[in-house]
Design a protein around this ligand. Structure first.
Ligand SMILES: [Zn+2]
Length: 364
């Protein structure tokens, strides 16, 4: 018998990885644990026994092990390791893609439209009218109740203009400036906050458009124009636009934000297509950038599809999402944290390290 018998139970140094490996694979089998951690049968059996009452149950009737409800919501025992590993990846990266969803904006104080409750809390007048997000964020709303549709988007425009992007944006911008090939942003947010935080507009792809450009509701000439001259007056209690509604300067039809809405057949995607072409060209020169996916939900899958494609091309992935299972994914780093907290946590571990000493970094 070996003299260095492995420690047993939850004080085993392998316990955190074993636990999160079970959560990632959704498989409490001993064979799966042995394969994942490259350990023997007895050791795997001891580790699994220690998980009983933590993330596993022993079902006496069915006589099998099962993962308890809510197991993924518990503390991430690997969090400190993961933050350190993320810092390593960032400090060694030559280029980076920031793939952002709605979760990126929440820490700046922007409303979360996740679920009807969150949306209606932000817009009580729309709650009273029983108008869900999908109904007001649609070309049909501009046809049927233009003052309400413009009340909603006018209020958002004011809010996005008045809100400062949170510290996480500046952290990302600082990292990308130190990388040899810089960064590209892929965002489903329409708030323009990456540009506001200093990211070069030519390096931002807004896949759902932007609130800072307008288009004709009939898309008559296919042109877009800026919102600089627009000063929204909105009665917040009723969510109604006050005064004359913005009109198309070409044909006089109602104007609307250049945002991809629900059931939207007239969205002008020309600008967004051009941004996408710039992204594809950049990707040709930076074949496997490090991907930081931040606050992208599974519900709106555009951002997730994109990061999956980059992973298939060989990119490493750091996923930041407080709503995701807290798991040990050997192919990626999954941080079950909010955007700002995760970025500040990584930044704290990078302090004192010289990110700027990359070989091949162009002289400023
Ligand atoms: Zn028009």
């Amino acid at each position: 018998m070996a003299t260095d018998t492995p420690p047993t139970g939850r004080d085993d140094p392998l316990y955190p990885r074993a636990r999160q490996s079970v959560l990632f694979r959704r498989d409490p089998g001993i064979a799966a644990l042995q394969r994942a951690l490259r350990i023997g049968y007895q050791h795997a059996r001891q580790l699994r026994a220690a998980m009983r009452g933590d993330i596993l149950d022993w079902d006496e009737q069915g006589q099998h092990w099962r993962i308890t409800d809510g197991a993924c919501a518990g503390p991430d025992l690997l969090l400190q390791d993961k933050l350190a590993q993320a810092a390593d990846w960032i400090s060694n990266a030559h280029s980076m893609v920031v793939a952002a969803g709605a979760g990126m904006g929440i820490d700046s104080g922007l409303p979360d439209f996740r679920g009807e409750e969150g949306f209606w809390r932000a817009y009580p007048a729309l709650a009273q009218a029983r108008l869900p997000f999908e109904s007001i964020a649609s070309p049909r709303a501009f046809q049927e109740r233009p003052a309400t549709a413009w009340g909603f988007y006018g209020h958002r425009l004011k809010l996005y203009r008045a809100t400062a992007p949170h510290a996480g944006f500046g952290i990302l911008h600082g990292w990308s400036q130190r990388m040899a090939q810089g960064s590209f942003v892929f965002t489903s947010n329409v708030d323009g906050h990456f540009q506001k935080a200093g990211f070069t507009p030519a390096r931002v792809y807004e896949c759902h458009g932007t609130i800072h450009r307008l288009q004709c509701s009939a898309n008559c000439t296919g042109s877009l124009w800026g919102t600089a001259g627009l000063r929204p007056q909105v009665d917040e209690a009723s969510c109604q636009w006050q005064g004359p509604l913005p009109l198309c300067p070409h044909c006089g039809a109602l104007a609307r934000p250049n945002i991809l809405m629900f059931e939207d057949w007239h969205w002008n995607h020309e600008r967004s297509d051009q941004q996408r072409a710039l992204l594809d060209r950049w990707l040709d020169q930076s074949p496997a950038p490090l991907v930081l996916e931040i606050g992208a939900s599974n519900a709106i899958a555009t951002v997730r599809h994109f990061t999956r494609r980059l992973q298939q091309r060989g990119s490493k992935l750091i996923r930041i999402n407080p709503h995701e299972a807290n798991i040990h994914n050997p192919q990626a780093i999954e941080l079950a944290l909010g955007a700002r907290q995760a970025l500040e946590g990584i930044a704290a571990r990078l302090q004192g390290r010289d990110l700027s000493s990359h070989p091949g970094r162009p002289t400023p």
